[in-house]
Design a protein around this ligand. Structure first.
Ligand code: PLP
Length: 401
C-alpha cells in the first residue's frame, strides 16, 4: 500500500505531464505535424554547439575514472569556482566556490534548499501564478504553502497581500522571474519593495526569512530587458539556477544553488545543503555534465528563435481577439480563457489537436498557458485551430488597424 501522502500526490499528479502524454497519443493517431502540443516547457532549440564540443573533448581528453566518479556532494570544486567567477563578472557579486552547490536541475536545487530550511509547519510563500510543482516540493518537507493571489492585469506580485500574509512562521519566499507561466519579469522597483518588506518583517518577528529565487529562465529575456540579480537587493537570498532552458539540457538534470556569505547562518546552510543533496539521494549532480556546463559558461541559447515564436503567437492570438499580456521573458504566453472555467476551453482546444495547460495548475484559474518553445511551423499551423476556437467562443475580431 502506498503512503497517504503519495496518494494525494498521485491524485493531483501533474496536469502538464498528463498533457504531454496526451500529445504523444494524438501524434500517434494524427501524425506529429497535425498536433500542436504547447503543453511542456521542453525546448525545441538544440543545445549550443559548444555543448557538443565540450562533451567530445571531455570524453576524449579526461581520465575516465575521475570523470565518471563520485566527487564532493556539492560538486567539482573547479566547476563551482568557474561558475562563481562567471557570476561575479556578470553581476558584480563576490562568490567563491563554497557559495555554489551543483544540483540536479532547478527541481533538485529547490528540494535541497527546502529540505535544508524547513521544519514541519513552516510557511513558504509563493506568488500566483506559479510553477505548480512548488506545492509538492514544499509538501515534501511538511511545509505549508501560502499563496499570494495574482494581479491578473499586470502579473507583477501583489505586495500588499504579501506583507499581510508574512507571519512569524514564514521561513521562505519563492519568486520566479522571468516567470512561468506569465513571462513577466519582476521589475527592479518591485524587488526593492519586496526586500524592504522582508527586512521590516524580519525585524518585527525576530526571524530570518529566506528569499529563494528560482531562475531557470534568467537568460531568456527579450527586447534587452534586465533581470535583476536578487542577492544584491536582499541579504537572505538564495538563487536556484538551471541549464534546462538556458542551454536546452532539461534531460541532463543540471543546475546549481547560490548560497551567499551574507545569508544568516550561511556556514550552516552551506554545510546542510550539501548533506541534503546526499541524503535526498541525488548524492551529487551528474559528473560529466557538470564539467560540460563549466566549459560552456559563456555559451548562449538562441533567444531570437523564441522571440520569433513569441511575436508570431502573441500577434496571431491578439488578432483573433484573445487577450494576454506580452511576455518579457521565458517562453510562455498566459492567455485569458474566453470562459471562466478554462478547462472547458482546454477541452475544446484538444478537439483541434491544440494542447494548452489550464491556469488552475498554476493557481490562477481562468487562464491557459501556451508554451511556445516549439517549432515556428507549429505556431503558424496552429492558427487555423485557434481561429476556429475564437469563432466557437464568440471572440470579436478587432478591426485591422
Ligand atoms: N522552476 C520553474 C519555474 C520551472 O518552470 C521549471 C521547469 O519547467 C523548474 C523549476 C524545474 O526545472 P529543472 O528542469 O531545472 O528541474
Amino acid at each position: 500500500m502506498i503512503s497517504e501522502k503519495m496518494k494525494g500526490y498521485v491524485a493531483n499528479s501533474s496536469v502538464i505531464r498528463a498533457m504531454f502524454e496526451e500529445g504523444k497519443r494524438l501524434a500517434s493517431i494524427y501524425g506529429a505535424d497535425q498536433v500542436y502540443d504547447f503543453s511542456l516547457g521542453n525546448p525545441n532549440v538544440a543545445a549550443p554547439e559548444e555543448v557538443k564540443q565540450a562533451v567530445m573533448e571531455l570524453i576524449t581528453d579526461e581520465d575516465p575514472v575521475a570523470l565518471h566518479g563520485y566527487m564532493s556532494n556539492s560538486g567539482y570544486e573547479d566547476v563551482r569556482e568557474t561558475i562563481a567567477q562567471s557570476l561575479n563578472s556578470r553581476f558584480g557579486t563576490s562568490f567563491g566556490q563554497k557559495n555554489i552547490l551543483m544540483t540536479v536541475g532547478a527541481a533538485g536545487g529547490l528540494n535541497v534548499i527546502l529540505k535544508t530550511l524547513l521544519n514541519p509547519g513552516d510557511e513558504v510563500v509563493a506568488f500566483a501564478p506559479f510553477f505548480g510543482e512548488y506545492r509538492s516540493y514544499v509538501g515534501n518537507y511538511d511545509g505549508v504553502l501560502v499563496v499570494i493571489s495574482p494581479n491578473t492585469e499586470t502579473f507583477q506580485p501583489n505586495l500588499k497581500e504579501f506583507e499581510e500574509k508574512l507571519t512569524p512562521r514564514t521561513k521562505a519566499v519563492i519568486v520566479n522571474s522571468p516567470n512561468n507561466p506569465t513571462g513577466v519579469i519582476y521589475s527592479e522597483d518591485t524587488i526593492r519593495d519586496m526586500a524592504g518588506i522582508l527586512n521590516r518583517k524580519q525585524k518585527e518577528f525576530g526571524t530570518d526569512i529566506y528569499l529563494i529565487s528560482d531562475e531557470p529562465y534568467r537568460e531568456l529575456a527579450y527586447d534587452g530587458a534586465e533581470v535583476p540579480y536578487l542577492t544584491k537587493y536582499y541579504d537572505n537570498t538564495i538563487v536556484g539556477y538551471s541549464y534546462s532552458k538556458s542551454l536546452s539540457l532539461p534531460g541532463e538534470r543540471i543546475g546549481y544553488l547560490v548560497m551567499p556569505d551574507e545569508l544568516a547562518d550561511a556556514e550552516d546552510i552551506i554545510a546542510a545543503a550539501s548533506v541534503a543533496n546526499r541524503i535526498l539521494g541525488f548524492v551529487n549532480a551528474p559528473s560529466l555534465i557538470q564539467k560540460v556546463v563549466a566549459k560552456c559558461v559563456d555559451a548562449k541559447t538562441d533567444v531570437a528563435y523564441y522571440d520569433r515564436n513569441r511575436e508570431a503567437l502573441y500577434g496571431g492570438l491578439r488578432k483573433l481577439g484573445f487577450s494576454c499580456i506580452k511576455p518579457e521573458g521565458a517562453f510562455y504566453l498566459f492567455v485569458k480563457s474566453p470562459v471562466a472555467d478554462e478547462k472547458i476551453f482546454c477541452d475544446a482546444a484538444k478537439k483541434h489537436n491544440i494542447l494548452v495547460v489550464p491556469g488552475t495548475t498554476f493557481a490562477c484559474p481562468g487562464f491557459v498557458r501556451i508554451a511556445y518553445c516549439v517549432s515556428y511551423e507549429t505556431i503558424l499551423n496552429s492558427m487555423p485551430g485557434f481561429e476556429a476556437l475564437a469563432g466557437e467562443f464568440g471572440l470579436i475580431k478587432p478591426q485591422e488597424a
